[in-house]
Design a protein around this ligand. Sequence first.
Ligand SMILES: [Fe+2]
Length: 164
Amino acid sequence: MADNFIGDIESIAQRIRAEIARGPLRPDDAPSRQRLITVLEHVLEAELACAARYEHEHRLASAVHGAEAAKPFAELAQEELDHARLIADRLAALGKVASVEPLAPAKNGRGHTIEDLVRSDIVAERMIVNTYERIAEWTSACDADTTELMRDMIESEELHSAIR
Ligand SMILES: [Fe+2]
């Protein structure tokens, strides 16, 4: 089965870029707030996709290489879930209860080796960092809390790419 992870992340990144391309946010403006919520919902989607991805890799690595070797994937899955919660908290602060949808199992690339999957992860992580940089720049004029959150997440995502 095809490994669609990069395609899934690319599609989320495209939707975020399209929203940012509609123009800058304005402070204390209801439509701007709605646009920010839309973008953060896409970020939440990406974080949950990453959490599911790394948990899948944790299971696969555990079966192939043993529990000890699989531990870093469990830690990555937990970190992505923590990111998802931070984004959901930010959405709540903006007055939006985030919906958390389950992901289709096929998206995790059944039938691929752990090495194949990790290669795709690195491409996806780079795409995520690039997209989050755009969000941080976009929000910097009127939402310091979201900007800080995005910058913290960029730092964490860059570490993910660096440890592999
Ligand atoms: Fe993340």
